[in-house]
Design a protein around this ligand. Sequence first.
Ligand code: PEP
Ligand code: MG
Length: 572
Amino acid sequence: MSFALFGLAVSPGIAIGRVQLVSHATLEVSHYTVPVRQVEAEVARFDAAIAAVRGELAGLKTISHVGAPSEVGAFVDLHMMILADPLLCEVPRKIIAERRCNAEWALVQEMDELVAQFDQIEDAYLRERKQDIVQVVERVVKALLGKPGRLTARKDSDEAAIVIAHDLSPADTIDFRQLRIAGFATDLGGATSHTAIVARGMSIPAVVGMHHVRQLVKDEDLVIIDGTRGVVIVDPDKQVLEEYRLRKTELELERNKLKRLKTTRSETLDGEAISLQANIEQPGDVAQARDVDAAGIGLYRTEFLFLGRDDLPDEDEQFEAYRSVVQAMRGRCVTIRTLDVGADKALRGVARIEANPALGLRAIRFCLSEPKLFLMQLRAILRASNYGTIRLLIPMLAHAHEIDQALAMIEMAKTQLRGTRHRFNDDIEVGGMIEIPAAALSLGVFVKRLDFLSIGTNDLIQYTLAIDRTDEAVAHLYDPRHPAVLRLIHQTIQTGTRAGLPVSVCGEMAGDPDLTRLLIGMGLRQFSMHPAQILEVKQEVLRADAAELGARVARALRFDEPERLREALEKL
Ligand code: PEP
Ligand code: MG
């Protein structure tokens, strides 16, 4: 039976294909009966999985001795204790034998019991320890299923798959690059969650925040993902399918037409040069940036090198990644952002229990609390600066003392390298992300200490409007055109530029062609976005008159009433 489901449109385009359900994020395991003669083998399979996870954790423990955050060690110890508890490693064996069921089912039954008991505990801290139990069980289930928590390619099929999941982490979406994934839809998620950002970067149509899609579709169902309108059509009838195929072809033609703009100079009608740079997550993304002739890399989110793995990249591995990017950009500037982990980008094994992870130990706060890890990354970036033009960008700054500490760490990394054979650019430029309202409201402190500013509108909106960017329940309140947001952006561009600092926007607003004229009118001359957006934004740049827009935007921003403001912005 054909039906349609609605959610948040987060990555435009149309995908048509067969469903591949993904359930590892929710521990939805299958339940089947094991014949009596195989019970012993099933128990042995369970024991082997426990042993494998014990080995995995021991490996993590080793890493934690060499430069990993000290919390890794504490978490690994705790998880090892949980794994060794008879309630987890003995009781499921009994369940398998008594109920003749499969090992993963037995384990999840026992976990549910334990979690229910934890829910009764009054002490909030202890109650939250249940997350640790769930994480340990997740590891064991993954070992049982023979997949270390990663998506796998479809077997026996040439068709690209449509992934349907309860939730997907940014690390999951990174795996999509290797697999043939045409599109995805999830129950959870917001428009500027990193999962959505990665999808847009890869031009994979996606719809999130669908609430029940995971329950309502089956493996191999034929579905259409309309990532522009936020619709998933399950089992479409012939006519609908034909219409969508036609629309898909039209969209591809439109995209191809844009390619002719690749070599056109990016400047407005009145001759203002507008630099269009690329955001990347991995060295492999540089090819896409070069394909559209990006003026440079305006944001390299280095944390993706750290996600979705049990170990941490050492200095040499990081150096190789950064060097490969800067060499591939052949003289064009590469802005490398230091590790922005935390919130929806947690390192494996360091997931802390935080009531509000987006307000927690994230980005520079995390790095300053883990100086060994931070210094290792800084040395790797500095070493790569010997091979091209690199700028260093620090995320999530709010306080003057954080800037000072970060700058002191950079100096320390330089001092450490001076005693070695490694060369680096001593004059490397250091910039700060303006993504916390406190930063946008105390720009003097930033301008005095830094060489450039980059506005992270995704977080700036999240923190200004107090809206979790990953939470679909408040996604309708996430508004880039809110007067408060626009004033903070405008003020940052104007103050930074007046002080002679280059200012860019590297949040998702920069890649939205509907906002290009507004940003140019605010005085923005440097945009950084996913490579897939660059030509569309360039098309808008070519039609814009910067001087005229400047006057009109200044007038529009005087309106307090959202309706009047919106009207004025629409007229741009
Ligand atoms: C931002 O916050 O706008 C940004 C560019 O950084 P991220 O999306 O990685 O948090
Ligand atoms: Mg950010």
